[in-house]
Design a protein around this ligand. Sequence first.
Ligand code: NDP
Length: 430
Amino acid sequence: MMTGFPALMYYFWVSLEFHEGRLFFPESYTKEGLSDFFWNEYVGKIVEAGLPNWTAAKIYLGYALFSFILAWVMPGPVVEGLPIPSLKGKRLKYVCNGLSSWYLVLALSAVLHVTGIFRLTEIIDNFGPIMSVAICWGFTMTTLVCISGYVQGTNHRMSGNFFYDYFMGGPLNPRIGPVDLKMWAEIRLPWVILFYCSLSCLLKQYELDGKVTGPAAFMVLAHFLYVNACQKGEECIPTSWDMFYEKDGFMLIFWNMAGVPFTYCYASIYLMKYQLSTGTAITHSLPYTVALFTALLLAYWVFDTGNSQKNRFRMEQNGSFIVRKTFPQLPWGHIKNPSYIKTEHGNLLLTSGWWGIARKPHYTADLVMAISWGLITGFGSFLPYFYFCFFLVVLTHRVSRDMERCAKKYGKDWERYCERVPYIFVPYVF
Ligand code: NDP
């Protein structure tokens, strides 16, 4: 995975950059044909237009550093994570300043763009080199965190196999000053960069054509909603599995630094590259476009309120619940007097709201959003659907691991819960 992911990202990038988003294959499968394909069609194209350069480094690392400084200095409410067994039950504090940082970044980027100091279209103009810088940074940061784990003696649950440990990580909660590196990597970079990739494509379209199409606007809205959801609900993240249990290794670091922003954005990049190479922008009929906007907004509502119903319910139990007036607060995001199942373990399992309808309502909504990102580009390329396919595998794998874990953790109570809420994704279907 550590070599395959970057290699695949480059393959998809060459497809987008040089083949209008079509996957490309060797013309012949002889030794010479394969060698020509590899060296000329693949490596040659990366060398031609995808290597890291100074401009790309300034854009990516400049933003990374800036977002780190914001995570250090910006104001925000403080919440406590779950008690950590390896720290003798200590609860770490997290400053939730994602939202104030996000608004500041939005305002500053608008000023930079309008004044011409940094045109946001430079992101799409330098997409390949920026992706390369992100890939290099993913490896660099993983290595630095790994070394710091050995030096400070903060590694946990190590297998002894170097590659496996590098992949899964050593330290659980690496921090620099008040900044939790896992939390920073999880929400401050990937989603924000993803949003700016889409915004850059939209602005480029406006520069070229003097107008903006429905699909380009759709992608900006979709990514805005996602990044905004992460920032406005940041206080729910410290108690999540990733923060509480997963270690800070290649899996989390690389995926957040490079994987999410530079593979989840294919729909926007495809729309842009298609227009650049054919001179025609992809558009759809009004009913098709309106149907997709409606599906996106409805799915977002279920995703947002599904996550907040459960997280707020849990936060009320563990005493970390805080009322935040972040935008938007959607109807049904907080259930008063919910029904639940009391477990012998002590935890309560919510059975009200979306959680009375299915066991993973927020996954279903997330998947609907994911497929809408592909559908808005039409059916000319597989790449805009890559995110949906990948995500489907990730979430079904996550569901099976989670169900197994909960069945073990809650025993008979989990069986009662499954009888009470029998469907996982869609009521009466699955
Ligand atoms: P969940 O939000 O599903 O959390 C699972 C945990 O919640 C369970 O282990 C259990 O923990 C607790 N739980 C389960 N059922 C109940 C219940 N009825 N009442 C109370 N607690 C319950 O998992 P994720 O962290 O995977 O997902 C969070 C969001 O992030 C989702 O919307 C998902 O789609 C999204 N996501 C997006 C990704 C992306 O790349 N775009 C990647 C991964 C996730 P306990 O042991 O405490 O009981």
